[in-house]
Design a protein around this ligand. Structure first.
Ligand SMILES: C[S@@+](CC[C@H](N)C(=O)[O-])C[C@H]1O[C@@H](n2cnc3c(N)ncnc32)[C@H](O)[C@@H]1O
Length: 306
C-alpha cells in the first residue's frame, strides 16, 4: 500500500481531516470528470425520490405507468412534459431496481456489520443499503463533489452516523483488514486494474464476507472489444474489462463466484426507453447495439470471500 500525499481539508464533520490526492494522473482525470458531472439523466432521476444513482436500470418497463397503454412499440411524446415526468420516474424505478438486485446478492447482513461501496458516486446505493440492513455503510469515490453530495444527503436523511462517503482511491481504502462483511462495485470497476481491485476487496472483507459487482464487460465470445465498446470507453474515459478477466482476477484473489448473472436482456428495456427521452447523452446507440450484437454484456457477479 502506498502512502498517499495528503492535500486539502474537505472532509465533513466527523470524517478524517485530510483527503489523499489521486494516486495517478488518470485518477486525477476521473476525479475531475465526476466533479464536473451534472447530467440531467442522473440529477433529474435522483430528484424523483432523493436517491441519486450513476448507473443503469434493469427490469421490464411498466407501460401502464408511462400512460402509453401497454403498447411497447409506442414510446409516447417526449415533448409532452407530463409524459416526460412519468418517463423519468420510470427510468429511476429501473435504476433503483438495479441497486436492489445488487443488495439482494450480499446475503444476510446484520445491523452491526460494515459494508463498503467502492466507487460510491452520489451515494444512492449506500442509502438503500442502510435503509435495508440498518448497518454502517462506508463509501469511497475519487470525487470530492460526489462525496460532499452523498454526505449532505445522509445528513438530510438523519443517517450520517451510519452512511459516510470519503474521497479516496478504492485500490487503497482506509479500512482495516477484515473490517467489512460485504463490499461492492456498482459500475465502478472499469476504472481500475481488476487484480489490484480484487486484492483490496479481499483484504477489507472478512472471511465469509460477500463481494458483488454489477458491470458492463466485453464478451470473450465476440473476440475483442467491439467498436461500440471502444466508443463507450472513450465516452466515459474508462477501460471496460472482459468477462474472462473478472473471473480470473477474482479466482486469483480468494473471491469465489456464488452467482454469475447475465443481466443484458434485463437492461435493454431501460436503454430502449432512455433512447426515446429528452435526456439522451449520445451513448445510447453504442449500448443498445453492443448488447444486441453480443459484444457487450451487463453482468452481476456475487462472490464469497474464502
Ligand atoms: C459510474 S459511477 C458509479 C457510482 C455509483 N457506484 C452508483 O452506482 O451510482 C463511477 C464511480 O467510480 C468512482 N471511481 C472511479 N475510480 C475510482 C477509484 N480509483 N477509487 C475510488 N472511486 C473511483 C468515481 O469517482 C465514481 O463515483
Amino acid at each position: 500500500m502506498t502512502s498517499p500525499e495528503l492535500t486539502r481539508d474537505a472532509a465533513p464533520a466527523g470524517a478524517a481531516a485530510v483527503i489523499p490526492a489521486p494516486a495517478t494522473p488518470y485518477q486525477g482525470d476521473i476525479a475531475r470528470y465526476w466533479d464536473g458531472e451534472a447530467r440531467p439523466v442522473n440529477l433529474r432521476l435522483g430528484d424523483v425520490d432523493g436517491l441519486y444513482h450513476h448507473h443503469y436500470g434493469v427490469g421490464a418497463v411498466d407501460h401502464a405507468a408511462l400512460g402509453n397503454g401497454g403498447n411497447s412499440g409506442h414510446s409516447g411524446d417526449a415533448s409532452d412534459s407530463a409524459y416526460e415526468k412519468r418517463l423519468i420516474a420510470e427510468l429511476h424505478r429501473l435504476e433503483s431496481a438495479q441497486a436492489e438486485l445488487l443488495l439482494d446478492h450480499l446475503g444476510p447482513v446484520g445491523r452491526d456489520a460494515t459494508l463498503v461501496d467502492a466507487g460510491c458516486g452520489r451515494g444512492g446505493s449506500m442509502v438503500m443499503a442502510h435503509q435495508r440492513f440498518g448497518c454502517t455503510v462506508e463509501g469511497v469515490t475519487l470525487s470530492s463533489g460526489q462525496a460532499d453530495f452523498a454526505n449532505r444527503r445522509a445528513r438530510e436523511l438523519g443517517i450520517d452516523e451510519h452512511v459516510r462517503a470519503r474521497v479516496c482511491n478504492m485500490l487503497d481504502m482506509p479500512f482495516e483488514t477484515g473490517q467489512a462483511m460485504g463490499s461492492w462495485n456498482n459500475e465502478s470497476s472499469m476504472y481500475v486494474d481488476l487484480h489490484d481491485l480484487f486484492a483490496e476487496h479481499s483484504r477489507v472483507l472478512a472471511t465469509g464476507g460477500r463481494y458483488v459487482t454489477i458491470t458492463g464487460c466485453w464478451n470473450p465470445r465476440y473476440g475483442q472489444p467491439s467498436k461500440w465498446v471502444s466508443q463507450i470507453n472513450a465516452h466515459f474515459e474508462c477501460n471496460i474489462h472482459s468477462r474472462r478477466e473478472y473471473l480470473r482476477a477474482m479466482a486469483d484473489n480468494r473471491l469465489v463466484p456464488h452467482a454469475v448473472i447475465d443481466l443484458t436482456p434485463a437492461t435493454l428495456p431501460y436503454w430502449e426507453l432512455r433512447a426515446t427521452s429528452s435526456l439522451v447523452t449520445g451513448i445510447e446507440e453504442a449500448f443498445i447495439n453492443s448488447y444486441r450484437d453480443g459484444s457487450f454484456q451487463y453482468l452481476l457477479i456475487a462472490a464469497d470471500r474464502v
